[in-house]
Design a protein around this ligand. Structure first.
Ligand SMILES: NC(=O)C1=CN([C@@H]2O[C@H](COP(=O)(O)OP(=O)(O)OC[C@H]3O[C@@H](n4cnc5c(N)ncnc54)[C@H](OP(=O)(O)O)[C@@H]3O)[C@@H](O)[C@H]2O)C=CC1
Ligand SMILES: Nc1nc2c(ncn2[C@@H]2O[C@H](COP(=O)(O)O)[C@@H](O)[C@H]2O)c(=O)[nH]1
Length: 486
């Protein structure tokens, strides 16, 4: 990346910078390869953050189907992570996992379950997962909440075999004027579902798959307690990447945890032949990058204080404007043949493009993804009827209480004094983009376009060719669209 003028002596946020277009011979945005340059080579360079309000099984499956990753948070017990990962690995890489109910599930419960996925229906199945019918919100709307699925389900469903090409599913749905197809195995058991949009996306995105063709996901591990056992448990659960996670990554405790994690990982690789990369953070300086690489990190997680749930900067004065943090850390990592994840502070597709221009291998997003169907929380509705989900920071009193649940009351109370995050915030679902895939479409189309403006066919070329200028507050404001006359 080059600066349009001189590299400034002060630090920059995403809002402080813009990209100038360069002469380009990339004639289509679809010619851009978005494969991440972080060593994981996921087809889409986006990671859902290891936050309890963001990443669970639904987020992990959906992100991986569209080429990205999600990381299970450190606060989830190992056995729960193992069970969730097993379900991710068992899920179809092509068809969405269906929301399923039985004949006797109440309409109220069915409607609340439908909101957990973007495809907008619940499939009624028997004990052997054989399809009995479909419930849509439209059919259920006028029914009593205590009526049962069998009272409102429809039987007119489109079935396809699980090996049907998504383009053929699209054509079939158009021909039959249907909104969803159900994939079934040869015994008629439900495998998954596909909407016309899902079929279209399957032609644009490649899934992030492990060596056995299953969806990939990561697991975060904290630096306290029995680190080797926690890392081993994550590896045994088939985590595809381990994220060593703490607020202040450049501290001795992290270096020793990382050294232990690397030893466990290496022994596991010898035993099983499966080699797993380790991400560690968070850091914001070149010195932090070098120390963590020396201790065993393959990828550095960069960002102190840019997160939407974060009170660190106001509480401590510590942190660094994120664009400069990513730029410096990516440069330092690349000297050692390593890469970084830009973590936090992403609110628009442009922020992702700028992080990649600064050299990030992938970009991690938390709060923005919390406001989607696939995040872990239940969908709530405010007094104006707007749908939202609750989000909270991983260093908030709420998260600290959860993380320290096995400690004494005194230790818990003491830990809670150090909160550096918001315990409750509302992340509204965008009515135009309520699912995480809608956000992925928006972000990746923006990034593809950014690459063509820079004349880049890949993210490595983009990080080389991007020309970045510095703008005033009014420069940033000028770029914002207006929804009514002024
Ligand atoms: N990216 C960011 O800006 C931030 C991210 N977070 C996220 O919050 C979660 C919790 O992280 P964390 O608070 O580190 O909790 P952890 O449970 O990972 O524990 C942190 C350990 O580091 C020690 N420590 C020393 N200095 C610090 C410091 N300045 N801040 C925090 N711990 C310190 C703590 O000891 P002791 O408690 O005795 O001091 C504790 O033993 C993680 O998911 C993390 O990524 C949190 C804050 C900032
Ligand atoms: N200082 C804090 N940072 C936090 C907390 N919880 C999470 N985080 C960090 O934010 C990013 C996600 O950023 P976002 O802008 O996309 O929401 C996450 O990965 C963590 O590094 C917190 O309580 N305090």
């Amino acid at each position: 990346m080059q600066f349009l003028d001189q590299r400034p002596s002060y630090d920059l946020t995403y809002n402080d910078v813009f990209m100038a277009p360069s002469r380009s011979n990339v004639t289509s945005r679809l010619d851009v390869d978005l494969t991440s340059t972080d060593g994981l080579a996921t087809p889409t360079p986006l990671v859902a953050a290891n936050m309890t309000a963001v990443s669970g099984r639904r987020m992990a499956e959906t992100m991986a189907r569209r080429g990205g990753l999600a990381v299970f948070p450190q606060d989830i017990p190992s056995d729960v992570v193992a069970a969730s990962l097993a379900k991710v690995k068992a899920a179809s890489p092509v068809f969405d996992t269906a929301v399923t109910v039985s004949l006797t599930t109440t309409v109220g419960e069915t409607l609340s379950l439908i909101a957990k996925r973007s495809h907008g229906v619940a499939v009624v199945i028997d004990e052997d997962r054989r399809v009995l019918g479909l419930v849509t919100p439209q059919d259920a709307e006028t029914a009593d909440r205590f009526a049962q699925a069998r009272d409102v389900m429809i039987n007119d469903v489109t079935r396809v075999t699980a090996d049907t090409d998504p383009a053929d599913v699209f054509a079939l749905l158009a021909e039959q004027h249907q909104k969803i197809a159900l994939a079934v195995d040869p015994d008629g058991r439900l495998v998954g579902v596909m909407t016309p949009k899902g079929a279209l996306r399957s032609g644009i995105y490649s899934p992030a798959l492990d060596a056995q063709g299953r969806l990939r996901a990561g697991v975060a591990v904290g630096i306290n307690g029995d680190v080797p056992s926690k890392v081993r448990a994550a590896l045994d659960a088939e985590a595809d990447v381990i994220v060593m996670d703490t607020a202040h990554g450049h501290q001795e405790k992290m270096l020793s945890a990382l050294t232990q994690a690397r030893e466990v990982r290496d022994a596991f690789a010898v035993e099983t032949g499966r080699s797993v990369l380790i991400v560690a953070g968070n850091v914001v300086t070149a010195a932090g990058v070098h120390d963590l690489i020396d201790a065993g990190a393959d990828i550095l997680k960069v960002g102190v204080g840019p997160g939407a749930m974060c009170t660190t900067r106001m509480q401590t004065g510590v942190g660094r404007p994120q664009f400069s943090a990513v730029l410096e850390c990516a440069e330092a990592a690349s000297e050692r043949g390593k890469s970084v994840w830009a973590d936090g502070g992403v609110k628009h597709p442009r922020d992702v493009a700028l992080a990649l221009a600064a050299g990030a291998g992938s970009v991690m997003i938390g709060s923005w993804f919390a406001g989607t169907h696939e995040s872990t929380g239940d969908q709530l509705v405010d007094h104006q009827g707007r749908a939202y989900k609750e989000s909270f920071g991983m260093a908030s009193a709420r998260a600290v209480r959860q993380r320290t649940r096995e400690q004494s009351a005194y230790q818990r109370a003491r830990a809670a004094m150090f909160e550096e995050g918001i315990s409750s915030s509302r992340m509204y679902l965008d009515p135009q983009r309520p699912g995480v895939e809608d956000l992925l479409d928006w972000i990746t189309s923006g990034v593809r376009s950014s690459c063509t403006y820079a004349g880049a066919r890949s993210l490595a070329e983009f990080a080389q060719r991007a020309v970045v200028g510095i703008q005033s507050g009014s420069g940033y404001e000028e770029g914002r669209p207006v929804s009514q006359s002024w």
